[in-house]
Every structure is written in C-alpha cells, then in structure tokens.
Write a protein of this length. Structure first.
Length: 356
C-alpha cells in the first residue's frame, strides 16, 4: 500500500497547474554565486509571469517539500544518509566551500530548496494527469538516480514523479521522458534501465558531462548533437524525434525536461540555440503531446545564464497565447471555504486573470 503523502492532496480551488515555492531559491552568503547556475532563476520566472498578469500568488500551486518517506520511493536509505555529509553535498552541487559548512546549514540552505523543488515535480505529475498539463517552475534533476547524485542534482525528481504516478494513479502505466537539456539525463536513464513502461528520448551535446555510456543503453531515441548546433538543425531534429517517439510508444504521460542550457553562450551546454529557438522548441513538444491528448509535465532543469529566466517565462506566455495550456483553468477541489470566501476568490480571479 502506498505511504501517505501530502504531495498528492488536491490544491486549493482556482489554481493554475503551475507549481512553485519561494523556497526553491538558493541564497546563502553569496556561496551560490560560486556555481554558474543562477540559483534565483525560479523566482525570477514567477516575477516575469506576474508582471505579464498571467498568474498571481494565490493562483499558483504552492510546492511542498518531499519528505524522507517520499524520497525513499526511489532513493536508497544509504544514499539519503550520505547527504548528511557536507562534503558529499559539495561534490554533488559543485560548490566546494559547502564542504566546510555544518550539515544543518547545508540541509536548510541547499538541500531543503532542492527537496521542495522535488516535491513540486511529484505534485505536478498528478496535476498534469488531472488537468492535461502542468509546469513545475523548478526541478528536472536528471543526473540523480536512486543511489547517486551529481551535476547539481541531489534528488531524482523525474523518477519520483513517474513512480508516484505508476503506484498511485489509476490508468497511468506508461511514461515517456523527453529530455532536451543540453546534458545527457543519466539519472533517470539508470533508474529506468530495464523498465519497459518508460520510453526515453534524449537530445544532448555528445561531448560534455556526464558521458555516461552505461546509462545511454536506456535511451530509446538518442539524438547526439555536435558543438555549436544552431536553431534550424536543432528544431528539425527535435520535431522529427518528438513526433517519432510519440508515434512509436503511446504513453499515459509525458515528462518534458526543458533545460535552457542549450542557449547560445551557455558556459556548460556548448550549443548555440537562440532564445526564440528555445520558445519554439517548447511549443513543438507541447503541440505534439496536446494534439495526442497526452498529459504533459514540464520541469525547467539546467540553464546557467542570467537571461534564462526571461526565456522560460516567454515560453510559458507563448504556450498560453497559442492555447496549448488549455483555454481555462479546471477548478481544483474547493475544500471547506465559506461561500463569502468563494465569492471573494472568484472576484479576485476575474481581476487577476486575462483568460483568452
């Protein structure tokens, strides 16, 4: 029998299936600046979406932190215990000074944000199946598997979201992962190595981290890209292979790892995709899933430049403008709020929402 989790409780009424928490952002005495990752990018995405009046605080689903019991659905107890050593976390997050911090500080300032994003991905999995789509504005830790982390990824949120769906949601027994981060998604590949229920498509720069030859055996549709690949070739390959993947294997849910580290100038990605190319790429993936009525969960994954938050926001605005995010919000379960509160909520909804 599955354990009891708060991550699968219905969010309050009137929410968009966009999951976020201010706890996603990693800020600690400037240490986060020692990694090329913009550790506040998730909050900036939300700020841009608020400026454009797409969302308001009370209309997004508040992510909850994944508990140890949640994490043990995939992770070994031995691996979770390893994270109690600061030097292990320093290695995984690639921020060496973290090794010298007391572990209670590391837990609160580094791992809690990552656990909250992981909870957000698990929540977004159920929302996607309920609503047809969901976006976790964080997550996408695709280098982490059940027994090891790496590449800034301490928890296997993609694997967790899929296993939660398989165990808890009737009618979900097949999943497709479309991983378009610039790096190979070796974490979920190791986790689903011999699982016929999961189809993995991965497009990545063949020359960069992690170069995990063993994990590559799990990829059903492998698209290895050259240094400096540009928009035209990239979008043509994404289109061909996403369509091919969804024609070859009909999943009950798509998990889309939408890394923005494919952006031209990214210090780690080594590809040369324009901001417009990334927006178009996300549109191609959503169109393929939505036209087949396959629920899609998007996570934001890697992206190491200051301008990536704006691009993610622009992409979500574009998906909304094209009607790929559904014309209206399906109401969440109302719970026990009073009639007065419901009237106030709906009045606020009208003032906050620019629905098409």
């Amino acid at each position: 029998r599955p354990h009891r989790t708060e991550l699968y409780e219905d969010p309050p009424s009137g929410c968009w299936p966009i999951v976020y928490s201010p706890d996603y952002n990693i800020t600690f005495m400037g240490l986060e600046k020692l990694h090329p990752f913009d550790a506040g990018k998730w909050g900036k995405v939300i700020d841009f979406l608020k400026e454009e009046k797409l969302i308001a605080d009370d209309l997004i689903v508040q992510a909850r932190e994944a508990t140890d019991e949640d994490l043990l659905v995939v992770h070994t107890r031995r691996y979770l215990n390893k994270l109690k050593w600061s030097f292990v976390v320093a290695t995984i997050t690639e921020i060496p000074p973290v090794a010298f911090l007391p572990n209670f500080v590391v837990q609160r300032k580094v791992l809690k944000p990552l656990r909250t994003q992981t909870g957000g991905t698990i929540m977004a999995g159920k929302l996607a199946v309920d609503r047809g789509w969901a976006i976790n504005v964080g997550g996408g830790f695709h280098h982490c598997s059940g027994d090891r982390g790496g590449g800034f990824c301490a928890y296997a949120d993609i694997t967790l979201a899929i296993k939660f769906l398989f165990e808890r949601v009737q009618g979900v027994s097949r999943a497709t992962i479309i991983d378009l981060d610039a790096h190979q998604g070796n974490g979920h590949e190791r986790d689903f190595m011999d699982d016929p229920r999961v189809y993995i498509m991965d497009a990545y720069n063949r020359y960069i981290y992690p170069g995990d030859g063993f994990a590559k055996r799990a990829i059903k549709r492998r698209v290895e890209l050259e240094w400096g690949t540009e928009d035209t070739e990239y979008l043509q390959k994404v289109h061909t292979h996403v369509e091919g993947a969804l024609n070859e294997f009909r999943p009950d849910v798509v998990v889309y790892n939408a890394g923005t580290d494919v952006l031209d100038g990214d210090p780690l990605g080594g590809l040369a995709i324009s901001p417009q190319g990334i927006v178009k790429r996300d549109e191609v993936v959503f169109r393929a899933a939505r036209s087949r009525r396959i629920p899609i969960l998007m996570v934001t994954s890697g992206g190491y430049q200051k301008r990536t938050a704006r691009i993610i926001a622009d992409s979500i605005l574009n998906l909304h403008g094209l009607g790929l995010l559904g014309k209206e919000r399906a109401a969440c379960a109302v719970g026990s709020s009073s009639v007065d509160q419901m009237i106030r909520d709906s009045a606020k909804d009208f003032s906050n929402l620019s629905l098409q």
